[in-house]
Design a binder for this molecule. Structure first.
Ligand code: FES
Length: 166
């Protein structure tokens, strides 16, 4: 058994040159993959299938591998996203202070569920854990902005601002 292992190891060492080269080339392509995915998403707002197919051909990486890598990182999206990404905080403080009313208000008004985007691409609705502003609960974020103390009036304002979005 010991001898067999030694033979295998020697075999690997003998072949280290080309094997190492292949592994290296594969790693190099994978290192290019993440920045390329970021760049596509920045440009298109998400990762369209045809762009991933082109990327697969250019990098000579299987499409399934590209999807697998992109799925692993939560920040990539495979369908179009809304102009406004609204995230309702469902952390404990926000939950206690009425986050579900905020969430349901947006769901009802726009007819979308969590993770969905309106057909006119004005809104994508998501939820998030604590965003660190518990004193302002309930909290929602709209793109990079934080909106605190979202009572009925602020919710109406928020809904109106999204509806008026061009
Ligand atoms: S729980 Fe919502 S900001 Fe902390």
């Amino acid at each position: 058994m010991g001898m067999e292992l030694m033979d295998v190891n020697e075999g690997i060492e003998r072949n280290a040159g080309p094997v190492a080269g292949i592994v290296c080339e594969h790693d190099r392509k994978k290192a290019l993959l993440i920045p390329a995915l970021h760049s596509i998403q920045e440009d298109k707002g998400y990762l369209p299938g045809e762009e991933l197919q082109t990327l697969s051909e250019k990098l000579n990486l299987p499409l399934a591998e590209i999807y697998s890598v992109a799925s692993f990182y939560g920040q990539f999206h495979f369908s179009p996203r809304g102009k406004k990404i609204v995230r309702v905080c469902l952390g404990t403080a926000c939950h206690v202070r009425g986050a579900s009313s905020v969430l349901n208000g947006i769901k009802d008004r726009f007819g979308v569920g969590v993770g969905e985007t309106t057909e006119d691409l004005k809104l994508t609705l998501e939820t998030v854990g604590c965003v660190g502003c518990c004193g302002l609960a309930p909290v929602a974020t709209v793109n990079e902005d934080i909106i605190g103390e979202v009572g009925p009036d602020k919710l109406d304002e928020l809904i109106q601002s999204i509806e008026e979005e061009e």
